[in-house]
Design a protein around this ligand. Structure first.
Ligand SMILES: *Cc1c(COP(=O)(O)O)cnc(C)c1O
Length: 500
């Protein structure tokens, strides 16, 4: 008879707290050859941590194995395709990390005197210049810490400019396909939000828009290409219509990876925009940060940029704090500097032609997927796709299978799911963005998986609605997990309480 052996690796990982055994240590020191002192007395209360109740005590190898095993439970860009749309996970070339670890950059302190910070200031200056060139705008600030923060900074400047003209106005127009941060930003800066409907091609309805542009309108926030992956063909006209009424245009640049090197917002009429360096310029943004929401503006808005600003004094860089019209600081120091270094490394490693090629490759990859999947999934809008394609689950819903089910089944095929149920204006959305770095082989594997799932939906829908089948944890109750998250480990005695 074969004895059943439990396979402990990858399956039944204990919490580190549960693996703990009193007195175990991750290090070993030789006996003292000097008189012993009480560290608490010598260091003083201020420097001695309070005891942490039930702090796990394990050996070095136990700690390392624990975290190494946990890391294998995760899906990562280093394992395979990560087809999330909207919030691109662009591949972060390893050379960026090498550059960011350069001693003089990695160990620079923000309080270092200017004379010892010239290299870092040069990084800021060169990156600002490169981003101005890429966007076709006049000036750039690198202070904001993320896209939403960039929006806030940009709309504050919009308000400041309108105020300087005599009237900040009351409303911001936002298309119904917009990312939620857009209306939230407008509200935070004290504006009311007017929703603008999209037409059946997924673009802003220009005729409807005309009716909304009143003397009250401060400006419009527009994403281009928008969140359904469609280029706003009438963007010049839209900008013209707003400018004619003294309003301004903010562009949410989160989808700039479809435009870089091909067209420039400054050339089609945008006044102020943000870039998500952690999306378009390859800096990592796992786990919620850090990011960078660089903001680019036209000349007329430059006096309102957050300070301090770089200026050239003789042949050195200096920070200029004398900015009477500036909206003020939006962040401590000068932005998330490590992210800026990576973005600049990415831009310089590619060069102008390389950036353009990356854009074209991203468009080609998205359209390749679209062409192969269109026979099986309903494309949301017939207009040309840019860097991502959005399907709906209309055909699969007839069999009771929804976008979330298809996403879970993809996990069984070894892929990270696409973006599920966003944008909200597409019912049951499947938003797929491959990015430019994926090979034809990887794209074909993904497409094969999606087609195979489409067949399963026809033949055995339960297989899909009950997925995933191959993971450690089967389908979880997501609503309950979101409403009642258990984020803190509790000792065994109260563990059942936590599970409730
Ligand atoms: C990601 C994203 C944002 C917000 O950017 P963060 O850097 O996450 O704050 C805004 N708009 C769009 C379209 C986005 O994709």
């Amino acid at each position: 008879m074969i004895k059943k052996v439990s396979s402990h690796i990858n399956q039944n990982e204990l919490l580190l707290f549960e693996a703990s055994s009193p007195g175990k240590r991750g290090y070993q020191l030789p006996d003292l050859d000097v008189p012993a002192v009480d560290p608490e007395k010598v260091l003083g209360d201020l420097n001695v941590r309070e005891e942490i109740e039930d702090f796990p005590e394990v050996s070095e190898v136990e700690a390392i194995r624990h975290f190494t095993r946990l890391s294998t439970w995760n899906y990562a860009i280093d394992l395979g395709l990560y087809p999330l749309g909207s919030c691109t996970m662009k591949y972060n070339p390893r050379v960026n990390e090498l550059v960011a670890r350069t001693e003089g950059l990695a160990w620079a302190h923000p309080y270092q005197p200017e004379s010892l910070s010239q290299g870092c200031m040069e990084v800021v200056a060169v990156l600002e210049h490169a981003l101005a060139e890429i966007t076709g705008m006049d000036s750039v600030t690198l202070q904001p810490a993320a896209g939403a923060h960039g929006e806030f900074t940009g709309i504050l400047m919009m308000r400041a400019l309108l105020e300087s003209r005599g009237n900040p106005r009351k409303k911001i127009l936002v298309p119904d396909s917009a990312h939620g941060t857009n209306p939230a930003t407008a509200m935070m800066v004290g504006y009311t939000v007017q929703n603008v409907k999209s037409n059946e091609r997924g673009m802003v309805d220009v005729e409807a828009l005309a009716g909304y542009i009143t003397e009250d309108v401060a400006g419009m926030m527009i994403t281009n290409p928008n969140t359904v992956g469609v280029f706003e063909e009438n963007i010049r006209k839209i900008c013209g219509m707003l400018h004619e009424k003294g309003a301004l245009v903010y562009m949410d640049g989160a989808n700039m990876n479809a435009l870089v090197g091909v067209t420039r917002p400054g050339d089609f009429g945008i006044d102020v925009m943000h870039l998500n360096l952690h999306k378009t310029f390859s800096t990592p943004h796992g786990g919620g940060g850090p990011g960078s929401g660089a903001v680019a503006v036209v000349k007329e808005m430059a006096p309102f940029l957050p300070g301090p600003r770089l200026k050239r004094v003789g042949d050195a860089w200096s920070w200029n704090y004398d900015l009477p019209q500036s909206i003020g600081r939006v962040r401590s120091f000068y932005g998330n500097f490590g992210v800026l270094v990576r973005a600049l490394a990415y831009i310089m490693a590619h060069g102008g032609n390389g950036l353009r090629q990356a854009t074209l490759d991203a468009l080609m990859n998205a359209n390749y997927i679209r062409a192969l999947l269109e026979p099986y999934y309903e494309i949301a809008y017939k207009a040309n796709s840019m860097h991502e394609c959005v399907f709906s689950d209309d055909r699969q819903a007839k069999k009771g299978v929804r976008t979330g089910d298809i996403a879970k089944r993809l996990i069984d095929y070894g892929f990270h799911p696409y973006t599920v149920s966003f944008p909200l204006i597409v019912r049951g959305a499947l938003m797929i963005e491959p990015t430019e770095t994926e090979s034809k082989r990887e794209l074909d594997l993904f497409v094969d998986a999606m087609i195979s799932i489409a067949h399963e939906v026809e033949e055995n829908p339960e297989l899909v609605t009950k997925a995933p089948h191959s993971t450690r944890i089967k389908r979880v109750d997501e609503t309950r997990a979101a409403r009642n998250p258990i984020l803190r480990w509790k000792p065994k005695s109260t563990a059942s309480e936590a599970a409730d």
